[in-house]
Ligand binder design. Structure first.
Ligand code: CTP
Length: 395
């Protein structure tokens, strides 16, 4: 990806955009307008990306190393952050008077992602409104601007550049293939809670992150996503229909309600296998000595789906997760067969850099035809690799 930095105070946030993109595995080059270089230096981006940034259209050395047309051909996505009012005007006009505009003029606008940043009155001015409208019509995508406090503290309104994580998310969305366009899918995420009494429950440390990444990746690929999620600290992704549930029983009911027409069901939720035989209506008081808690099984939702769609022509692709601490693949393969699934994602939850609460994951995906693949990376990258496999099975 090409990151084009414009000359606004928000340019300091673009350093963080570069850092996050590098961390997510992007191959990144940076170009700065002359005005941008008055806010941040090319050296900052060189240190963050390990590559010299382009700063001068007329620098013979730079043109030799990475000519602006070669840069335009190379970039899968060109992110403009901050996209200042002046830069938007020049992009609309087709200027090519610095390395950023000259490069972007050779990139199709459908590959532009603009992150506007300016004072709220500049954003609302008729000239900017028209420039943005025309750029959108040509296919450019926008992220933000956000509403909030401006650099001039006395001003608030729309015009703040979106925060770096939001820009990175928009970049991922811009890069995703649209191979699930219109496909209804169901994703579950997070833990369930099984009440003992009004203030206590049985649960597990699932953060919901893996399921949310799956929902986000499917959304970016154009799917119609229904996300059924247990209680989580992390917010679910925007742009999906999210149904909140608490217990395994509620999850079962929410799935039954949403199942009709779904082409794939991905059960990333860590559903409790047991619940207390009785949930006390009032807070239970402690007793002397040992206490025994009687547990009963919750419905095995996924096994139920596997049985229901045993041989049906309209069977959705069923994907399970196997959270294991030992004999990971062996146990996962057993679950794949027993629950009659298409794919199972085996997850070693005892490892430190994977599993519960972590931002990254390392999994093995097994399919019903004996296929096996090892996947690792950010949860979003792993999610995309899982959808690649679901898409293949949908065909
Ligand atoms: N699952 C489910 N309903 C349950 C329990 C689990 O639908 N009551 C789903 C999970 O969402 C997951 C898969 O089944 O996709 C496997 O979950 P896991 O907890 O690893 O396996 P279990 O079948 O519960 O087996 P065990 O606890 O014995 O390992």
């Amino acid at each position: 990806m090409l990151l084009c930095v414009g000359g606004g105070i928000a340019a300091y946030k673009s350093c963080e955009v570069a850092r996050l993109c590098g961390k997510a595995g992007a191959e990144l080059r940076v170009a700065l307008t002359p005005a941008a270089q008055r806010f941040v230096t090319a050296l900052t981006f060189q240190a963050l990306t390990g590559r010299a940034a382009s700063t001068d259209l007329f620098d013979a050395q730079q043109e030799l190393a990475a000519g602006h047309i070669a840069l335009a051909d190379w970039a899968e996505v060109a992110v403009v952050a901050p996209a200042t009012a002046d830069l938007l005007a020049r992009l609309r006009a087709g200027s090519a008077d610095d390395v950023v505009t000259a490069t972007l003029l050779a990139v199709d606008p459908s590959r532009w992602l603009l992150a506007p940043a300016m004072n709220e009155r500049m954003w609302g001015s008729p000239a900017t409104v028209e420039n943005v409208r025309v750029l959108r019509e040509r296919g450019a995508r926008l992220v933000g601007p956000a509403t909030g406090e401006m650099a001039e503290r006395s001003h608030t309104g729309p015009g703040r550049m979106s925060e770096p994580p939001e820009i990175v998310e928009a970049i991922a969305a811009a890069l995703a293939p649209r191979d699930l366009a219109g496909v209804p899918v169901l994703v579950t995420a997070g833990p369930t809670r099984e009440a003992l009494d009004p203030v206590r429950f049985l649960s597990n440390p699932s953060s919901g992150r893996m399921g949310f990444a799956l929902a986000e990746a499917a959304r970016d690929r154009g799917a119609q996503v229904t996300l059924i999620a247990g209680p989580t600290e992390v917010a679910p992704p925007a742009g999906v229909r999210c149904v909140r549930i608490v217990s395994a029983q509620e999850m079962q009911e929410a799935i039954d309600d949403a199942l009709d027409g779904a082409r794939a069901v991905v059960m990333a939720a860590a559903v409790s296998d047991q619940r207390p035989a009785q949930a006390a209506p009032q807070k239970v008081k402690k007793k002397e000595g040992e206490e025994v808690l009687r547990l009963v099984r919750t419905p095995d939702i996924l096994a139920g789906l596997g049985a229901r769609y045993a041989a049906g022509a309209r069977r959705p692709v069923l994907v399970g997760f196997a959270a294991e601490t030992e004999k990971v693949e062996e146990h996962a393969r057993e679950k794949l067969e027993k629950k009659n699934l298409d794919l199972i994602v085996a997850n070693d939850v005892s490892a430190r850099d994977t599993g519960f609460g972590s931002g990254t994951n390392r999994v093995v995906v097994l399919d019903r035809d004996g296929g096996r693949a090892e996947l690792s990376g950010s949860k979003l990258a792993v999610a995309h690799a899982i959808w690649d496999r679901v898409r293949d099975r949908l065909r």
